[in-house]
Write a protein that binds this ligand. Sequence first.
Ligand code: BGC
Length: 802
Amino acid sequence: MLAKLSLEDKVDIIGGVSTWYTHAEPSVGLTPIRMSDGPAGLRAGIPAIAYPAPIALAATWDPELARRMGASLGRDARVRGVDLLLGPGVNIERAPMNGRNFEYMGEDPWLASRIAVGYIRGVQSQGVGATVKHFMLNNQEFNRHNASSDADERTKREIYLPAFEAAVKEAHVAAIMDSYNLVDGVHSTQNGWMNVELAKREWGFDGVIVSDWDSVYDGVAAARNGLDLEMPFAHFMSRETLLPAIRSGALSEAVIDDKVRRILRLSLRFGTSNRNEDDSQSLFSEDSDKVALEVARESIVLLKNQGSLLPLNLEKTCTLAIIGPNASPAVMGGGGSAIVETHKAVSILQGVADFVFTHATSTPSCQHRVLYDSGWPANYDVFSRTRFDGGLKQQVFSSRNWTGSAEKSDREHLNEDRIVTPANGSIRWAGRFTAPKSGRYFVIVHDGRLADHHSIYVDGHAIATKRTDLHGELYYLPMPHPLAKGETVEVRMDYLPGNTEVYPGLGVLAEDDILSVRARAIAAHADAVLVAAGFDKSTEHEGSDRTFELPPLQDTMIRNIAALNHNTIVTLNAGGNVDMRSWLDRVPALLHLWYPGEEGGTALAEVLFGRHNPEGRLPVSFETRWEDNPTFHSYYPQNVSDAATPRIRYTEGVFLGYRYYVTPSVDTQHIEPRFPFGFGLSYTTFAFSHLALSHSTLKPGAPLTVTLTVQNTGRVAGATVAQIYVGEQSPSVPRPAYELKAFQKVWLKPGESRSISLPFNRRSFAFWSDANKDWKVDHGRFTIFAGDSAAHLPLHRDVTLE
Ligand code: BGC
């Protein structure tokens, strides 16, 4: 095929022709390769199955389930005519704020590798290619086209590359997607070390290196440095740019041939060029939906369960209140290119209500009820509940700057009433507010209509200035300082109408009154309350980072509900950790749901009522405070003044996540994460015993088998994850105290025990030696630790490497 193509044809083939298609060459039978996002479901123009996000998949610690989810995704892709799936994402989590953590697989390279390999093998078993992304160090979303991620080679090799390496070497992944960011000052798409030296030469990658969408910045440099395919259009790797470079000898035709050969190979391996598209399977597969449910079930992590509040006893939970922004509609995934449009979406509200009404038997004394409220006070409530001392003074000026004569009136409230405004006028509302109790207060504003402008003042100090978008919105502004009981402040809104009539609102509420009247009532008398909090596709997505704190006022809502009901269960949607400090001690139960896909509500209901014993385990350490995270000083660029290329220096090196917390020589402050890597509670208990090694001394390169026994010592069936970590006793370079090198999930009936065996090889003990430019194993003593989290490893045995 290659021999029949002209140079021009070949250059055309290495650039996309539209968002999802590559160039076709009918003369040689090359059909376009059709692509689609993404990691948690198809985005191919017709509704598809939304699976839990990859971070949730990682929380299952179940590579076989990852393979099945991959196979399901592959089937979904195949029946939609998609040849290449743009997933999975395997960037390692450094900080909880990265807007795309949900698309990735946590902080540990071994766990991420096992899940990614399962996923890719599954996808590709269906004749659809997978794309491992975003190569590499795309561990933040801020300034993603300009920031450079800089790390030493050992850090890259040990932490950030293993999942890519395993995708290539073990799963034979079809494509690698280069990231937007620069790596060590060079754009990924033109980084020859990454693309050519490492991926193609060292790992033997024979697939296609594709750009992220619009991540090429220089066509000749990209062509020369290993990029094979520019997507979505040939903006840079085009005839205009490349042909003169080839003619002048600056670029060799052989380089283009190599790219075309790779694209042809991918097309023949996975594309339509070589196959009959007879996919008679259903577009909406029930099997795929079942896989989505299974992953959701296995991924939910029970983080807290004080007094064994969970599982709820259905027969005794007569009134269950469900409150919170994430209860309905369903929050299936984060935002950006991973969004999946579905034909089914089971929200928490729907999942739990369906479960209760399907399974509960009501009696005259216990009539089952599921009550719901979003929790946010209605605008009307906020404004009509506000008491300004002596009312609110309204002045309508005929000038645009609140000067000159004014038409004055008094009003009790400003409650989105219709106010006719004079042409070229301005309006001022001012009122004095006396705090009925001590605490934090919020000024609450409805900002009217499109193109109105307003400023809010407290005691003459401006706290916000804003132009109204579209139909206006309600927003909350914290007062600059807490108010003491009886303290009075002046609240003022200066308003510049952009319309002849406006509908603004102004109110003040104490923080602990920020809960709707209905939520307050149902929380107070329910047998238990579920508060559904967290991020969603509009607050956690690609292109920017999110906050460590929950979205505005959710902390307040959780605290306010917990104060009304002792049986408060919090559920969280997030790609990682959130700041829980202000409420964690006040709530007895906490479930992390990640982003659970279209069956999330069903899975949660099963876990809540004990139909399914929670078995998710954290794929990332949950720090108490952001300051505790080892990347606290390195996550943001240190040279912010250098706007052109902000440098993010991975100065924590290999001591990321639990590798930092468990290593006393680097974590000299002895910081404990709030919830450690690998942690998750169950409704049963497990015991680990009989840790044994096949050898106590190992010859260079010889394999080792680790065995141990896991027993379910509780009263219900359940699963735990046996986690095996390896630590070197006197390493020749600073190393983490121990690192995850094997794990196995074990499902056991009450009382049942099982012996498991896990293989170790040379790499299990190795570190990357910058001096040798290779993996190296020290001679000496190593310890094998076994347990169920990075912070709970009750068993250990030593082995000597000769
Ligand atoms: C994302 C990729 C995605 C691509 C196509 C980009 O914005 O970074 O992950 O595959 O868009 O949608």
